[in-house]
Design a protein around this ligand. Structure first.
Ligand code: ZN
Length: 313
């Protein structure tokens, strides 16, 4: 059986995974920031060579790579990655192909999340869906007629930077009022701090502004309650705007942001319905559970589909 490897390059950790014969799932991870990009890629390449020798047949197989940011679709070279430096101009596909002798394909991590949803949740159904991935910020992917839509230059599906508030809060991208200025770990911390200045509520001296901590204390602190409501309302507006444009059958949400608290999202979905025009209100909302492996699994699907497409040509 040929082996298809998936790689998810993240700001803190890089994941490597594969399915072997009998559908056994194997995964490994590397600390991203501690190594230079080339050293990291070479280390992954070595690991792939070893796994392949132990577990895979000599058939060629392929590698799929997910990156948190933009790359050139012709050369595969990285343009910019979120929260990662030193990657500009590097083509992970070229380095890994060289290291392993296998073809490698690259895609934006949120599009791979959408690909995972398409394979795993939708079972390749020919339908329309919009996916939101929430962590420290927001990524997204669009599924149209059973295919992940990437746009003209591959940059489609960036719900984090649709403007939901005229002259609103500043966003990391340089604009104001983006969805990402209200939702995600970084935004929630900022909003909670702003609200605390207003209410002047005392906090434990060692309090950390993690989303889960803010959510846990929302019934005890008015500032946190308000911050959570602002975030929920903003996310609901963002989802409703995407629904008005794409008229999807499904909305999928995954990622680490408040994933321990499905009631946060249940409330978001309730509020969203109020913002959607009536013919679209039958939309199906789905939370993607255990989505921490979604991108790396999406990368495996990418490797498989791309290499099959090339075989057919
Ligand atoms: Zn923005």
């Amino acid at each position: 059986m040929p082996c298809f490897f998936g790689i998810d390059i993240g700001a803190s950790f890089t994941k490597l995974a594969l399915y072997t014969e009998g559908n056994r799932y194997i995964s490994d991870r590397f600390e991203t920031g501690k190594l230079s990009p080339r050293t990291l890629l070479r280390k992954i390449g070595k690991q792939i060579r070893e796994l392949r020798e132990d577990l895979c047949s000599n058939d060629r197989g392929a590698i799929g790579i997910g990156v948190p940011g933009f790359f050139n679709r012709t050369t595969g070279k990285i343009i910019r990655l979120t929260n990662l430096t030193g990657w500009q101009g590097i083509a992970p596909t070229t380095v890994l192909s060289h290291e392993t002798g296998m073809p490698a394909y690259i895609e934006n991590d949120a599009n791979l999340f959408a690909l995972y949803v398409l394979f795993h949740e939708l079972k390749l159904m020919r339908t329309n869906a919009v996916c939101f991935v929430l962590g420290s910020g927001i990524g997204g992917g669009i599924i149209l007629d059973g295919k992940v839509y990437i746009g003209t230059k591959g940059f489609a599906g960036e719900p984090g930077h649709i403007i939901i508030h005229m002259d609103g809060e500043p966003c990391g991208c340089g604009k104001r009022g983006c969805l990402e200025a209200y939702v995600g770990g970084l935004a929630l911390e900022k909003i909670a701090k702003k609200q605390l200045k207003r209410t002047r509520e005392p906090l434990p001296y060692d309090f950390h502004f993690y989303p889960d901590e803010i959510y846990r204390l929302k019934d005890r602190h008015e500032a946190f309650n308000t911050a959570i409501s602002i975030s929920q309302k903003a996310l609901a507006i963002g989802i409703a705007n995407m629904v008005e444009i794409f008229d999807p059958e499904y909305i999928f949400i995954g990622g680490g942001f408040l994933s321990q608290y499905p009631e946060f999202y249940r409330r978001v979905f309730e509020v969203t319905r109020g913002y959607i025009s009536s013919p679209r209100r039958r939309i199906k909302f789905r939370l993607v559970k255990h989505s921490e492996q979604a991108v790396v699994k999406g990368a495996i699907f990418l490797a498989k589909t791309k290499s099959e497409e090339e075989k057919d040509d």
